[in-house]
Design a protein around this ligand. Structure first.
Ligand SMILES: Nc1ncnc2c1ncn2[C@@H]1O[C@H](COP(=O)(O)OP(=O)(O)OP(=O)(O)O)[C@@H](O)[C@H]1O
Length: 644
């Protein structure tokens, strides 16, 4: 087909009016041939999605609210009676003094107290003294001093960045309530509405528990994806069958979940074909690097892996089941500390009410990226808490300094995260067999494994072979069992220890050196790096830790990628594939996937399926050339229009 013909045929599957939808056309570029491929990055907090012809994806919070009579959005407080967390309180002082000792910008509260007392006549600097009130006090003399002091040490966040000023609760019809809401609408339900929230992904995997088996998680994802694709990408459901799909998957492969994802895309959503690839590898493609130690700090997980020429070095995968959302919980605790410099109407927020939790989360995201001036110690941040009906919204002013810094830097103080996690079901979870990283011989017999094998073999065989069985003999003691892998996800460690663990598990010294000199930060938390220079701090701590273990490491370098949102690296990497002519054969077609051998195929067909799987594995060998192409393609693109 000629290029124009392809473009035309792709464009017609979108429900777009060229006269009215100019802005959307500029974002989607539906006339490009790779617009026939939907790229999905399904995370614990949000789904990044879009067609491959976009420069950046759209995002939707990965949450659904189902209508349930007799339930309320605000959960009963399952944690503690007071908002004050004694576990955090007991260690925060030692963390703060360590941060001060290491000169990571924290302010000495005594210094502030004395400056305030001297310059501004505070009798006592304590929580009942609001800085806001103090500034309005008439001063007999020394006004210049005060103005200078104010200019130097304090400033307000500009109006444009004020958090949540215009907000409306999701409207629910009393007579005929909607069956479900997704994304922002679900998070904006008032606490008294009869809905129940559900997050289909937890710690990067399907949120499978005893009460929410896989089909429930898939139902939720199906609804979220259908609504997002039809509304944002304007692809009507009847046209899904014309679209291919690239989906990013966790580095640590869980075979069962891959199969679930393939079923979701090909059977439930009915897309044309699928291609899966691991997040860390795609992050290197998305940033046009051929090797790196990829450090992904997401909402509910931290994942580190060393990638070389499009392949993960399997023993380098380090995964922890905590992330940015735990930092939000920490910020909530810090704001509610007994002794704090923040002026916070303490009893307004309840973190078991999703709207309130989300407010604190937004507060973290907006203000943690704010840069303090040279001598500045406090930013005055404002946000609003809304109520339904005629109740006026409440303005909350927070004088922020330490709490924002401590929140972000807590990735270096896992004892703080542990204190936050203490009152959650964190440690109970590991007793449930949620993850399956081993081969199951029964599945092999049933022929199910052949299908999954087809998905994973070309890409993941090295990693799968690296896992030993929980029981029985194994010749290679360095291999980890799946039980050990799961256990490790729940062990706390500092960020620099995790990165060191990953790099030090490489046996070849040159490769270790290479990886230490190219650390790539990705994921949401990295967005905060403008505020405190995370890059410098990581380099600083890493060089100290790693050279103690391996003297041959010469330098530690965190690479900085300009003009790209670090949350989108993997998604951008995924959008590179469909642009390549050579990638066409890598996709697995719906027709093939939907005839499962167990149900519909006779022995001859099973043999045929096996042969095809083998052929796919052979094709993967040609994959190296394609990766070289991918690197060329992934040269950073200058965004012309951003997805909103
Ligand atoms: N500017 C910011 N400052 C601090 N944290 C931020 C900022 N922006 C986003 N985050 C946090 O990053 C996290 C989301 O990151 P990301 O989108 O990479 O996660 P995800 O892919 O949904 O989840 P996961 O990787 O755990 O499956 C959230 O906790 C969010 O609050």
């Amino acid at each position: 087909m000629e290029k124009d013909e392809i473009s035309e045929s792709v464009e017609k599957y979108f429900d777009i009016d060229p006269k009215k939808d100019n802005a959307l056309i500029n974002i989607l570029n539906p006339n490009e041939s790779c617009a026939d491929c939907i790229v999905l990055n399904i995370g614990s907090s949000s789904i990044k999605f879009g067609v491959a012809s976009q420069l950046e994806p759209f995002m939707v919070p990965n949450v659904i609210a189902y209508h349930r009579e007799g339930r309320r959005i605000e959960e009963e407080s399952k944690t503690r009676d007071t908002k004050h967390n004694p576990a955090v309180e007991s260690i925060i002082n030692s963390v703060e003094s360590d941060l001060r000792r290491k000169l990571y910008l924290l302010i000495d509260p005594k210094m502030i107290k004395s400056q305030m007392n001297n310059l501004m006549g505070f009798k006592l600097f304590e929580e009942s003294n609001c800085i806001e009130n103090h500034f309005s006090m008439a001063m007999d003399d020394g006004e210049d001093d005060m103005a200078r002091f104010e200019n130097q040490l304090f400033s307000d966040i500009p109006e444009d960045y004020l958090c949540n000023k215009d907000f409306t609760f999701t409207k629910v019809s009393k007579l005929n309530p909607q069956k479900y809401f997704i994304g922002e609408e679900a998070l904006s339900l008032h606490k008294n509405e009869s809905y129940e929230l559900f997050k289909p992904i937890r710690n990067g995997y399907l949120n499978v528990t005893h009460s929410t088996p896989a089909p429930i998680c898939l139902d939720a994802l199906e609804l979220i994806l259908k609504k997002s694709i039809t509304e944002k990408l304007r692809i009507p459901e009847k046209n899904f069958k014309h679209f291919r799909c690239v989906i990013t998957v966790p580095d640590l492969v869980n075979k069962k979940q891959l199969k679930h994802f393939a079923n979701l895309i090909l059977k439930r959503l009915g897309l044309k074909s699928i291609f899966m690839y691991q997040e860390s590898v795609l992050a290197t493609f998305g940033t046009a690097t051929n090797y790196a130690c990829v450090v992904d700090i997401g909402a509910e997980k931290i994942n580190i892996a060393c990638v070389e020429d499009g392949t993960i070095i399997p023993e380098t995968i380090v995964r922890k089941n905590f992330g940015g959302d735990d930092l939000t919980n920490l910020l909530y605790d810090l704001l509610h500390r007994k002794k704090s410099l923040h002026y916070f109407p303490k009893d307004i927020l309840n973190k078991d009410y999703p709207y309130h939790w989300n407010l604190v989360n937004k507060f973290k995201e907006i203000y943690c990226r704010w840069i303090l001036g040279e001598r500045e110690i406090i930013k005055r941040c404002t946000f609003w808490v809304h109520e339904k009906g005629d109740v006026p919204k409440k303005e909350i002013t927070v004088n922020c300094s330490d709490c924002l810094q401590v929140t972000i830097l807590s990735v270096f103080y896992p004892e703080l995260i542990e204190a936050v996690k203490k009152d959650q079901d964190f440690h109970m979870l590991k007793n449930i067999d949620l993850y399956d990283f081993d081969f199951d011989p029964k599945e092999q017999e049933e022929g199910v494994d052949d299908m999954v094998q087809m998905l994973v073999e070309p890409l993941f065989c090295r990693q799968l072979m690296n896992l030993k069985k929980d029981e029985g003999e194994d010749q290679n003691p360095s291999k980890r069992s799946s039980k050990e892998l799961i256990e490790a996800m729940y062990k706390f460690a500092t960020l620099e220890e995790m990165i060191c663990d990953s790099i030090m598990s490489i046996t070849v010294p040159e490769t270790r050196n290479k990886m230490a000199s190219k650390i790539l930060l990705t994921g949401g938390l990295v967005c905060a790096k403008e505020y405190i220079d995370l890059v410098d701090i990581i380099e600083d701590r890493m060089i100290h830790t790693i050279t103690q273990i391996d003297k041959s490491i010469e330098k530690v370098d965190v690479i900085q990628v300009k003009d790209q949102d670090p949350r989108f690296f993997s998604w951008i990497g995924g959008s590179v594939f469909p642009r390549l002519e050579t990638s066409k054969d890598m996709f697995i077609d719906r027709e093939y996937w939907t005839c499962e051998p167990k149900q519909t195929l006779d022995q001859a067909e099973i043999e045929k399926a096996k042969k095809l799987a083998k052929k796919k594995a052979e094709e993967a060998k040609e994959f190296d050339d394609m990766k070289a192409d991918a690197k060329v393609f992934a040269e950073p693109l200058k965004p012309t229009a951003k997805a909103s």
